[in-house]
Ligand binder design. Structure first.
Ligand SMILES: Cc1ncc(COP(=O)(O)O)c(C=O)c1O
Length: 549
């Protein structure tokens, strides 16, 4: 059997998706902000040319690369010369500012060129991206510390609790002592339940030996890259899309090929759009429906066309990763559709989903993948063994009940109904704000308004254009708007660049999560409306918070 497993090598030197913008936190750094000695931070100067009137001091936290990675371009490539931490140097080439999480202690007074007190980091980390939905919490904390009330439209988790009947199963299992190691692929009974669920809803004949249980639906993304993709292989993925796709593509040294989802097509795409990106080097095609961040949904017809182009143009060893984590959250009576349903697709598709979204269990960390063959499932199992051994068995029992207890369906339907009512409120409310236009999502729990008009009204484009080229490259207009909304109006959103950045220039969107109470949604929309009419506030924000070089 020929299985297209990868011969992954470590590290890559190719990509750079820096998104820093240089800001200050005025509550801590007001003195340095006002004492530049240039006299350029005053409001009147800034009002004339806000971006030029200021200089770099700090970044907003969610946009920081790890400070230990802020080396000067001329930093020498050296090796560790002594075991004394103070004399460690970094075997680095120039690193170019990434959306990365620090992987170790930061240099205490880190900044460009600072080397002291840091661990030696592997070069490959420079190519690992991140998920800003987690990082923006740092900025939110700054706002909370200032005493602000923040509405969290950034959230990617249902504002519902996991269902009591499922909690009860996990608690009982834990109390009964089901708390040891278990099968690294997942409990056989849970895998059987998943296989039955997938077979029934995707029209295929999946066996438990094709299923691997993972801690959430995120690990199978990385497992897929590690299993199938070698350096230089091409990976097609939706953009805007879940940021972890692009992160892994660059991390394994693949060539990222974004499939741009256009607003006009309802954030879906056609077989022709996909076909135009396929080459003989395509190794992996990622699909995500319903989509994060757009809420777009691929119809059975779309998927039939996509399957036809894949059958026609791709070698059978090319794998499809079908991210179906929002499979339960569909509106307007739609039913979930999977590429796996279509002829010839099940044998090429890794279907991934889990309990985080549809069963409101994000903190349980329960996900799964159904692999095309048991042999491929064994590879995923071995990745589990290498990384985390197994998913806690008492949680898997709670997860199994989600599929087997008939009470679950009603709980899910109530939650989805609430999301749909919120969608029906927020989309017209956003469209009523001058400068915003918002499509009606068909699934998931996000809306994705186009904010070009709002950027225009506030002068964001001019401010962005006026930035020095380096700083301009590190941010985007929607990123500036995101920070303005958060720091001045207490509304946390996610910017376009947080959802796969490559080739996203000129696209101005924010993701707004409706996993919030109706009351908070109403308050948040009212704040956005006021912000849209506040160009003076935006100028003041630039002058007092944002310092660019
Ligand atoms: C499209 C998509 N895939 C995967 C995941 C990861 O899900 P989990 O929290 O189960 O790891 C998310 C979470 O936001 C997502 O939006």
């Amino acid at each position: 059997m020929s299985i297209p497993f990868s011969r992954m090598t470590s590290g890559s030197t190719t990509s750079n998706f820096s998104r820093r913008i240089w800001f200050t936190r005025s509550h801590r750094r007001r003195a340095s902000c006002d004492s530049t000695g240039t006299g350029r931070t005053g409001r009147s100067n800034a009002a004339q040319n806000p971006a030029r009137a200021i200089r770099p001091v700090r970044t907003f936290r969610s946009m920081d690369p790890p400070r230990c990675l802020e080396f000067r371009a001329d930093t020498a490539q050296t090796s560790r010369s002594s075991s004394s931490p103070s004399s460690w140097t970094h075997r680095t080439r120039p690193l170019r500012g990434h959306q990365m999480n620090p992987t170790g202690p930061l240099a205490p007074d880190g900044g460009p060129g600072t080397l002291s007190g840091m661990p030696i980091l592997a070069r490959r980390l420079a190519d690992l991206g991140t998920e800003n939905a987690f990082k923006v919490n740092d900025d939110i904390q700054v706002c909370l510390d200032r005493g602000m009330d923040v509405i969290r439209f950034n959230i990617g988790a249902p504002d519902f609790r996991s269902a009591p009947h499922l909690n009860a199963v996990a608690v009982a299992e834990l109390e009964a002592g089901n708390s040891g190691y278990c099968d690294a692929a997942g409990l056989p009974s849970f895998r059987e339940a998943i296989a039955r669920h997938v077979s029934a809803t995707r029209g295929i004949d999946a066996g438990a030996d094709q299923v691997v249980v993972t801690p959430g639906a995120k690990p199978p993304i990385g497992y897929t890259f590690q299993t199938y993709v070698d350096r230089g292989d091409e990976v097609v993925y939706p953009s805007p899309g879940f940021p972890i796709y692009e992160s892994w593509a660059t991390f394994v040294g693949a060539r990222p090929v974004p499939l741009h989802l256009s607003e006009e097509k309802g954030f879906a795409f056609t077989a022709d759009d996909l076909g135009a990106l396929l080459t003989e080097r395509t190794r992996l095609i990622i699909l995500c429906s319903p989509s994060n961040p757009t809420g777009g949904v691929l119809s059975a017809e779309d998927l039939a066309g996509i399957a036809a182009v894949i059958r026609e143009r791709c070698h059978p060893d090319v794998r499809i990763y079908s991210d179906e984590i929002y499979e339960h959250i569909l509106f307007d009576g739609l039913e979930h559709q999977s590429i796996a349903w279509h002829a010839g697709m099940a044998e090429r598709t890794v279907i991934a989903s889990g309990h985080s979204k549809g069963f409101a269990m994000t903190g349980w960390r329960l996900g799964w993948a159904v692999l095309p063959t048991p042999e491929e499932a064994d590879v995923f199992k071995n990745l589990n063994i290498n990384i985390m051994s197994c998913v806690p068995p008492f949680l898997q029992e709670g997860g199994r009940a989600a599929y087997e207890d008939p009470e679950t369906a009603g709980v899910v339907a109530d939650m989805v109904g609430a999301f749909e009512r919120r969608r029906d409120f927020i989309v017209p409310a956003l469209n009523a704000i001058e400068g915003l236009s918002c499509r009606l999502p068909k699934g998931a729990f996000y809306v994705f308004p186009n904010v070009s008009g709002m950027c225009e009204r506030l002068g964001v484009f001019e401010a962005h254009d006026a930035m020095p080229p380096k700083s301009r490259a590190r941010t985007t207009p929607s990123g500036m708007l995101q920070m303005f909304l958060l720091y001045r109006y207490g509304v946390a959103t996610m910017d376009r660049a947080s959802f796969c950045r490559i080739g996203s220039e000129g696209q101005h969107f924010l993701r707004v999560s409706i996993a919030n109470s109706m009351e908070d949604i109403e308050r948040g929309v009212a704040r956005i409306e006021r912000a849209a009419d506040d160009p003076d506030g935006f100028r003041e924000f630039l002058a007092t918070e944002c310092l660019w070089d």
